[in-house]
Design a protein around this ligand. Structure first.
Ligand SMILES: Cc1ncc(COP(=O)(O)O)c(C=O)c1O
Length: 431
């Protein structure tokens, strides 16, 4: 796809995208009509968040507190995506071969600017999985006998990729557990110790926001510790950007995989890879890509033909994200988490798996009933919350101390939605 664009003959196609009309005009810019946000009460400004809620068409059939899987598009983005799908279908290869390269480049540049990266540091992917597998598999500095490290909270398929490095690169693979209950000090101590205990460590996988518990890792501190020992970090930021407000330079990490279809609200099937400019040579080209120069980060991803419309709708999604406000979104999501957690923290036997400490939780937080760490235990609670209280959550496995249930509100979630969860948890814990 990319190759065809590089070779494209410029025909001055009468702007295929200009044929998109009506509903998508607003959608293309992502602009929505929102009231002015009260800057001193960003997280709780009722007028503002009511207006944000109206940007989304959400099924009334359930209170969906499982928005960590992916984030639905706002209506403006959805309409834009549909219009772009129609345009691509109508214009077919004529559009794809003559204009998509230019439009994809605009989307890539918009992502780079928003995340604070240089254009040379960003390549679009179909999601975080693609980006992270290419980073872990393509990291070419490992020598046989080196050690690679990851934790119980890291994402399953990234754990698989780290395990596979044993076959691929002849390294030793070490898995460790994040302490529970977690605190910033305990987490830092754990990373400090695991790095000290493994002097041959060369690569460390860190997950910015855990999809299992919601724990937010103090990435900058961990990355600085690793750097001091000559250990590179691959960061799984699948859940962080959009849920937390940051720029890449805040993290001090050279290799990062991101999603855009979770907390940014882009269509499904889009994410990106970040590689610090000076480190590109340390990641192999994707399956020997020859479309792009080895010095171009786009040679590190070779997706083939993918969903053009998801890329085309990305600038609108990003614009809306910026308009709602990355900081406001982060504060709102943390407020929603604090709202339900503060109301259930004293319920008998309920363990909350993220600490209240600033910076250690965002919008996602999981809970477990003491002694109930099996799949069956947690499935039963998920079913009770769903069937008796109309609240949808999800069981998460893989946490060293036992399975748990994840609660992930969205920016359209209201406090009243969370009251339903609190009511359900009261019943579950008093049974
Ligand atoms: C922590 C983490 N990493 C990576 C991924 C993979 O993201 P995707 O399936 O969108 O590629 C996910 C998805 O839920 C995740 O939670």
């Amino acid at each position: 796809m990319i190759e065809t664009n590089r070779r494209s003959f410029v025909l001055g196609l009468a702007a295929a995208s200009a044929t998109i009309t009506g509903a998508s005009a607003q959608a293309q810019t992502g602009a929505a009509v929102l009231p002015t946000l009260n800057s001193s009460t960003m997280a709780t400004d009722v007028t503002y968040w009511d207006a944000v809620r109206k940007l989304y068409a959400v099924s009334p059939s359930i209170v969906n507190l499982e928005n960590g899987y992916w984030g639905i598009m706002a209506e403006s983005v959805r309409l834009d995506y549909l219009a772009k799908t129609d345009m691509v279908n109508r214009e077919n290869s004529f559009y794809a071969r003559t204009q998509f390269g230019r439009d994809a480049e605009a989307a890539r540049l918009a992502v780079a600017a928003a995340v604070g990266a240089a254009p040379a540091e960003v390549a679009l992917t179909r999601g975080a999985t693609e980006a992270l597998q290419l980073l872990i598999g393509g990291y070419n500095k490992l020598q046989p006998g080196d050690t690679v490290l990851y934790s119980d909270l890291d994402y399953d398929s990234m754990q698989y990729a780290m395990n596979w490095l044993k076959e691929r690169r002849g390294v030793n693979v070490v898995k460790f557990s994040i302490p529970e209950p977690a605190s910033r000090a305990a987490v830092l101590q754990t990373y400090q110790k695991v790095l000290a205990d493994h002097p041959k460590a060369a690569l460390l996988l860190v997950t910015h926001v855990s999809h299992r518990t919601g724990l937010v890792m103090p990435v900058a501190e961990i990355a600085a510790m690793a750097r001091a020992r000559g250990v590179d970090v691959v960061l799984d930021a699948a859940h962080s950007w959009g849920q937390i407000d940051f720029k890449v330079q805040d993290l001090g990490v050279d290799f990062i995989g991101f999603n855009l279809h979770k907390w940014i609200g882009a269509p499904l099937g889009i994410g990106f890879m970040y590689v610090a400019k000076s480190r590109l040579a340390d990641i192999d080209r994707a399956m020997g890509d020859e479309d792009w120069a080895p010095t171009d980060i786009r040679s590190r991803v070779h997706t083939g033909t993918y969903n053009f419309a998801s890329v085309l709708a990305l600038p609108g999604a990003l614009a809306l994200h910026q308009q709602i406000g990355p900081r406001a979104k982060a504060l709102r999501l943390r407020h929603l988490r604090d709202y339900w957690v503060s109301r259930v923290r004293d319920f008998k036997g309920l363990e909350i798996l993220t600490p209240d400490e600033p910076g250690m939780a965002a919008g996602i937080t999981s809970f477990r009933l003491a002694g109930k760490g099996t799949a069956a235990d947690n499935n039963a609670i998920v079913a009770q919350l769903r069937d008796q209280f109309g609240v949808f959550t999800v069981r998460r496995a893989g946490v060293a101390k036992g399975q748990c249930i994840r609660v992930s509100p969205a920016i359209y979630t209201s406090e009243a939605d969370l009251d339903r969860l609190v009511q359900g948890l009261r019943a579950v814990t008093s049974a």
